[in-house]
Every structure is written in C-alpha cells, then in structure tokens.
Design a protein around this ligand. Structure first.
Ligand SMILES: Cc1cc2nc3c(=O)[nH]c(=O)nc-3n(C[C@H](O)[C@H](O)[C@H](O)COP(=O)(O)OP(=O)(O)OC[C@H]3O[C@@H](n4cnc5c(N)ncnc54)[C@H](O)[C@@H]3O)c2cc1C
Length: 417
C-alpha cells in the first residue's frame, strides 16, 4: 500500500487525504492544529471578485487565468476544478451543498453584505438575495455574536443586480438551551440536533414571521444533523428559513470539518493533531521520510509521497521575518512572491496586500518547483493556500483552490502508484 503523509488538516489537507484514502492509499494527516474550517462560513468560494463582483465564476475563470499564468487556477481551472467540485458535492451530500460554477449566489453575511459564493449548504442557499427578498432577521437573545438589527439595516442597502432590493426588519427570539445564561453557538447547534428542542424555537418563529418573508437566523441550527434540523424547523415554523454564518468560530465550517474528518476515518485514513512537520529526509530527488516533531522529540515517518497543505500566513504555512523576507518553515522550500519583491502590504486592512500571494510555486502535477521550474522533490505535492499566486480573502477563491488542489494532488499520486 502506498504510504502518504499529508501535512495540514485544513480544507485542502482533508480533501486530499480523503480522496487518497478512498483510492486505497495508506494516509496519515499530521497537523499542528485544526485548520481554518472552524473559522470559515462553510461556503465554497471559487471566485467572488475579479476585481469586480463575479456573476458566473466558471465563465470568468477561463479569461481571468489567461491573464494570470502564475495563479493556482492556471493549473486547476476547467476539468480539475469541475471534477473536484463534483466529488465534493457527493462527499458533502449530508450537508446538501447546492450551487455550481454557472452562477454565484449572493448570500447574506452577518454584516449584511451580499456575498458572492459558488456553493453552500441548502440551509444557507435558501437566503440567496438575487432577485430581491423580504426578510425578517431573527436573533437569539442568549447568543451575543449575532446582531439582527445591524443585519437588517445593512441588507436594506445591499447592492443587488438589476436594481433588486431587500425589504428587511428584525426581531429577537428568546428560546435557549440554557435559560438564564449567555450561550455560545455550538450549544445552540448541539441542542437543536434534537427534534424535541426545536418545538419551542419553531413556536416563536411562527409568531414572528409574516406571509412572504424568509427568516434569517444565525447559523446554529444543528451540528451533526443540521440538514434535518433546518428542514424540520422550516416545516414547524411554516416559513422558509435561511442560515446566516456568525462571527468565528463558525458552525457551518465546523460541520464540514466534522463530516470530512469522520469520512476520512471511515475510509481508513488516520489523523494526528498536535505534531509539527519540521523537515524531510530524502535522496535521489525523492523524499523517504517526513520529520515530525512530537513534544520534545523528532521522529522520521517513512512516506512514499508527501502533500504539503500547511496554509498561508494565517496558519504558519509561510512566515515573514523582520527583514521582509518570506520563508516556508516546514520543509524549507523556495518561496515565490510577493510580486515585485517588496513587502506588498497596503496601509489599511481592506487595501490590496500583494504579499498574501506569497507561497510555493508548483508545476502542472502540483509539485513545488525551484527558480528554474524543476520539481524540488519528485514525490512532494502542495495543495491549498500554501500555493503561490492567489489572494484568497480578496478574490474569494480560497475554498475553490483548496478543494481543487487537494483533489488534484491526490489524483496525481494515485495515478503514480
Ligand atoms: C478566518 C478565515 C477566514 C477566511 N475567509 C475566507 C473567505 O471569506 N473567502 C475565501 O475565499 N477564503 C477565505 N479564507 C481562506 C480559505 O479558507 C483558505 O484559503 C482555505 O481554507 C485554505 O485551506 P488550507 O487547507 O490551504 O489551509 P488552512 O485551513 O490554513 O490549514 C493549514 C493547516 O496546516 C497546519 N500546519 C501549518 N504548518 C504546519 C506544520 N509545520 N506541521 C503540521 N501542520 C501544520 C495548520 O495547523 C492547519 O491545520 C479564510 C481563512 C480563514 C483562516
């Protein structure tokens, strides 16, 4: 059996590991911590801004990558991305992801922004604002991370295509799984997995909602049985309900993380969270083992293939030193970017930060390459935000790149074995 070590347990690492395990490889994920999924809203952004808001990501991508040969999508747009998203839709079926590359949905964020995204669970897709909508934003009194008045106010000003508008008001429900206390989102989510708990909330919603309105609720409607909880609440409340992701930690991202890690275990993969990859041993252009630091010792873990999915600056996949130099700390790979060589940081938070495009450059089989374009190691792949050339937060491309690259890295390994 081919032994594969995947480094990093974000969306890219989990997708890659699961696809490999399904393909019969002996996979172990080593990760210093949990990945970004717990912090992200569970939507699959493929391309949201280029730089204007993108309506049709599939169509836009073709021309967009032609002008950006160093963007990760230059290797991934087209068939690899489409195959990866089809695979993802199947794997994530319990969460009922809808949407595709033909058209971005415009889903409300907790700040009342209409966010372009390609795929989302049915409970969130129900809030699609294209064409306009009448909504009532309903907060939960015990949940302090969701502000229905602010959401409704901003949604009334949302810029929608074709002059469509949102009519919005707000209300607050008092149902709580722990009456008298402030309650975090995951308590609500776990409580609402139980059908009995949903009756009280549904009764309040029925009294609040007016005919023709969609209820916008914080995305805490279930954890392990979220699709069933959402459907049941819609039925009991007698109205369409759409989930809006809250501030991090984000329940929809946690649901996806749970689903992928469980599926990985069922497919025979292993996950070791805590240890850190600190290097590799190899000869003749191939890696023989990954060096893993576990508490105070470093051990060599033999591997036939290695996938680096350590993320961007947020997760320590790349680091910036005080001289402005970017490095890849885990395996010491050559790093590309930022373009033009400068520090690449704009003065304000929402400015352009070209530095965020720094990472490792890869070839068409996602093998990290050196300055001459030659693979550094023949059996090393990279996947996700560690790949140079994208600015995911600005482009809204992070999940599309993570899924396409994780899936493609796994497929090229399976082809080689
Ligand atoms: C808070 C947040 C919000 C985001 N919002 C958006 C958005 O709105 N739109 C968008 O398109 N993108 C967004 N992104 C980016 C997008 O989510 C990421 O691009 C995508 O999830 C990439 O996942 P990844 O698997 O490459 O990396 P990550 O999810 O960052 O995972 C990297 C993993 O590697 C592990 N790791 C790092 N170094 C080592 C090491 N040496 N040894 C072992 N393990 C290691 C980390 O612990 C982590 O588990 C957001 C990311 C974050 C964190």
């Amino acid at each position: 059996m081919t032994r594969v070590a995947v480094i990093g347990a974000g969306l890219a690492g989990l997708v890659c590991a699961l696809r490999l395990a399904q393909g019969g490889a002996d996979v172990t994920v080593f990760s210093r911590g949990t990945g970004g999924l717990h912090l992200t809203p569970g939507m699959i952004d493929v391309l949201g801004y280029a730089p204007e808001r993108v309506e049709a990501p599939g169509e836009t991508l073709a021309g967009w990558v032609a002008a950006r040969p160093e963007h990760p999508y230059a290797q991934l747009a087209g068939a690899p991305l489409e195959e990866a998203l089809d695979w993802f839709r199947g794997v994530a079926a319990p969460l009922r992801y809808g949407g595709d590359l033909a058209a971005n949905m415009l889903l409300p964020t907790a700040a009342g922004v209409a966010r372009p995204t390609a795929m989302a669970p049915a409970g969130m897709a129900a809030g699609d604002l294209r064409g306009g909508r009448r909504v009532v934003a309903v907060g939960l009194r015990a949940l302090k991370d969701f502000f229905p008045a602010y959401l409704a106010d901003n949604l009334r000003r949302a810029a929608l295509p074709g002059g469509a508008a949102v009519e919005a008001r707000h209300a607050v429900a008092t149902w709580s799984p722990r009456p008298g206390a402030d309650v975090q989102g995951h308590y609500f989510a776990r409580a609402l997995d139980e059908p009995g708990a949903r009756a009280g909330l549904a009764a309040e919603l029925r009294a609040i909602v007016e005919p023709g309105e969609t209820v916008l609720m914080p995305a805490v409607l279930g954890m392990r049985a979220s699709a069933e909880a959402w459907e049941d609440l819609c039925e009991r409340a007698g109205a369409p309900i759409a989930e809006v992701p809250t501030l991090p930690p984000c329940i929809p991202g946690m649901r996806l993380n749970l689903l992928l890690t469980r599926a990985l275990g069922e497919a025979g993969g292993r996950m070791v969270v805590g240890p850190e990859a600190v290097g590799v041993d190899g000869s003749g252009g191939r890696i023989d083992a990954v060096r893993i630091r576990d508490a105070a010792r470093v051990r060599a873990v033999p591997a036939d293939h290695v996938v680096l999915a350590t993320g961007g600056f947020e997760s320590g996949g790349v680091e910036l030193d005080s001289y402005g130099a970017v490095r890849e700390p885990a395996l010491g790979l050559p790093v590309a970017g930022p373009p033009g060589g400068g520090r690449g940081l704009g003065p304000r938070h929402l400015d352009e930060h070209p530095l965020m495009a720094a990472g490792v450059r890869v070839d068409d089989r996602l093998r990290p390459v050196d300055a001459s374009g030659a693979p550094v190691w023949g059996n090393l792949r990279a996947a996700g935000s560690i790949i140079a050339g994208a600015v995911p937060w600005r482009e809204k491309s992070g999940e599309g790149i993570a899924i396409a690259a994780g899936h493609r890295a796994a497929c090229t390994i399976l082809e080689d074995t």
